[in-house]
Design a protein around this ligand. Structure first.
Ligand code: HEM
Ligand SMILES: *[C@@H]1O[C@H](CO)[C@@H](O)[C@H](O)[C@H]1NC(C)=O
Ligand SMILES: *[C@@H]1O[C@H](CO)[C@@H](O)[C@H](O)[C@H]1NC(C)=O
Length: 331
């Protein structure tokens, strides 16, 4: 059970980290909306324009940008460590196995260079990630919007092992997910709300291979998957992980809405971690509420609130860190 052993060991590494250092201070302290109003008034408009262009060319960019901000914030806080290239071969967060298929770096670079032209050295890459995540959701059909707090500074360190230690695995059960989010100062409510990010974007057959073909190591299928849905997926995905990309929210992956919760409730969530939201009374109740509420579900509003909270994890402000000139490199 290599995967499960690894998951368990990551879980314990996280426990130890928490005990040793009380890492991951959550504070939006020092952040504010409109931080660049004086120093670079056009920053948010430039970001918005560049992102809108990128998304209109390739819709999948939206999901990529949303995920980048999450992966940034969960490792060393929201300080753009996810964007750094390795100082040594294979050593940066980008190189971690948990980076798995992150993309959208080119769009972030485009936003950064557009902003640098107007106001060099002022706007951090970490803030660009936060703005990009908001704008990405906003340009989805049905997407909500929220006010992004800015004023983050960029870090100087990026380590692949920290990505593996801090990012939740798609094989996590509900207890592991709650714990992982709690380490970041996020509640169960944040967990169920932010998992709703999977209303857009894709995964691969590889990620769900064990759920379909080798759940307990005995060529079995995860009983938590709706059996009809499991056979549909098996038609697409070959044993071993070959097959097409799969919409995380099947049939609705370009629309930012509460449909994801309906799928989860019907045992049609693709990831173990999505399905696990049914295994806690609070998260289960939320899934149920969102999947049954009429058109105006509260998901959009909840999502903005939890995103602002996530965007405050471990931020560097004031004189901490730096404002990178290029997002992939420390100055
Ligand atoms: C709760 C724990 C979470 C787990 C275990 C998890 C895991 C995953 C996995 C395995 C994928 C598919 C990657 C691939 O197949 O290449 C994925 C995709 C994605 N995740 Fe999550 N995720 C979690 C939470 C989040 C959060 C909090 C956000 C953002 C707020 C997020 C945003 C996304 C997006 C947008 C995609 C699609 C990316 C794309 O299409 O490029 N996820 N996630
Ligand atoms: C299924 O899982 C078991 C235990 O983790 C592993 O030893 C075996 O190689 C896997 N089989 C396939 C076909 O992946
Ligand atoms: C993520 O990690 C994989 C596996 O280590 C690597 O092949 C891939 O290039 C990395 N992705 C990025 C965007 O760096």
């Amino acid at each position: 059970m290599a995967v499960q052993t690894r998951v368990v060991s990551i879980f314990f590494i996280q426990l130890v980290l928490l005990a040793v250092s009380g890492l991951n201070r959550v504070s939006g302290a020092g952040l504010q909306t409109g931080f660049y109003d004086e120093s670079c008034p056009e920053a948010e408009t430039i970001a918005l324009k560049t992102i809108r262009q990128a998304i209109s060319k390739d819709g999948i960019v939206a999901a990529a940008l949303l995920r980048l901000h999450f992966h940034d914030c969960f490792v060393r806080g929201c300080e753009a460590s996810v964007l750094l290239d390795a100082a040594e071969e294979g050593d940066a967060e980008k190189d971690a196995s948990s980076n798995f298929s992150l993309r959208g770096y080119d769009v972030v670079d485009d936003v950064k260079s557009a902003i640098e032209k107007s106001c060099p050295g002022v706007v951090s890459c970490a803030d660009i990630l936060a703005l990009a995540a908001r704008d990405a959701v906003r340009f989805q059909t049905g997407g909500s919007s929220w006010k992004v707090e800015t004023g983050r500074r960029d870090g100087r360190i990026s380590l692949s092992k920290e990505a593996d230690e801090n990012l939740p695995s798609s094989n996590f059960n509900i207890a592991q997910l709650k714990q992982n989010f709690a380490f970041k100062g996020l509640t169960k409510k944040d967990l169920v709300v932010l998992s709703g990010a999977h209303t857009i974007g894709v995964t691969s057959c590889f990620v769900i291979n064990d759920r379909l073909y080798n759940f307990t190591g005995r060529s079995d299928t995860d009983p938590a998957l709706d059996p009809t849905f499991a056979s549909e997926l098996k038609k697409k995905c070959k044993p071993g992980g070959g097959g097409p990309v799969l919409e995380l929210d099947q049939g609705s992956s370009t629309v930012s809405d509460a449909h994801f919760y309906k799928a989860v409730r019907q045992n049609r969530g693709l990831l173990t971690s999505d399905a696990a939201l049914l295994n806690d009374p609070l998260t289960r109740a939320y899934v149920k509420r969102q999947s049954t509420s009429p058109v105006k579900a509260t998901f959009g509003k909840d999502f903005g609130k939890s995103m602002v909270k996530m965007g405050g994890i471990g931020v560097l402000t004031g004189n901490e860190g730096e404002i990178r000139k290029r997002c992939a490199f420390v100055n």
